[in-house]
Ligand binder design. Structure first.
Ligand code: FNR
Length: 183
């Protein structure tokens, strides 16, 4: 069983990005299991933890959980042309100590969603840059920028076929990349 960790960059109850994450998860083939990381209760990263060896328990548990998965799905809104602070904080918290390298060699799929016209382009690239630094190989294509995300669902709340098919292409590329790294 391949384990996928899911990060959602919005804490909003009715987050579009959480809906997109759920849709992506529903497209995973058999043989994959997922764990959604709840990042809203993590403390803000403080380097004193690692320098003094006194790391809060919630942080230790979170780092263990991230270390325990094989790959990552990320969905995020764009806040002021960048990654929301809560998501960047979660990466910073998990990324230390550096030698543990909990992201290294584990593939990532990024999707950004916005009700506006740019589909979270800025945050998508910002996140990609950070994931490159922590050495997570990111799916190159398709790039998933979902603009006017509120229009991608029908009245019953079901994602329309065109968007779902596009996400399926992302999942296909993601599972292929995972296969490459698991060889
Ligand atoms: C936004 N939003 C936004 N949208 C965008 O396309 N570019 C941006 O730079 C920003 N900046 C921004 C800053 C802050 C603080 C907020 C709260 C919102 C709008 C945002 O993309 C929109 O609210 C999304 O629907 C949020 O995603 P969720 O919560 O629905 O997943």
């Amino acid at each position: 069983m391949t384990k996928i960790g899911v990060f959602v960059g919005s804490l909003r109850k009715d987050s579009w990005n959480r809906k997109v994450a759920n849709e992506l998860v529903s497209l995973l083939p058999e043989g994959y299991e997922t764990e959604f990381f709840e990042i809203g209760n993590l403390p803000l990263y403080n380097e004193d933890w690692d320098q003094s060896g006194s790391v809060p328990e919630v942080v230790q548990d979170f780092r263990k959980a991230v270390a325990g998965v094989d790959a990552f799905i990320w969905t995020t809104p764009e806040y002021n042309r960048g990654v929301p602070g809560v998501l960047k904080n979660a990466i910073d918290v998990a990324s230390k100590p550096m030698q543990d390298a909990v992201f290294a060699g584990k593939p990532s799929l990024i999707a950004s969603a916005s009700t506006g016209s740019m589909g979270g382009f800025g945050s998508n690239h910002h996140l990609r840059q950070t994931l490159v630094f922590v050495n997570s190989p990111v799916v190159a294509q398709p790039e998933i920028y979902l603009s006017f995300i509120d229009k991608a669902y029908d009245e019953s709340g079901k994602m329309k076929a065109g968007t779902r098919d596009f996400l399926a292409k992302g999942i296909e590329a993601f599972t292929k990349l995972i296969g490459h790294y698991q060889v």
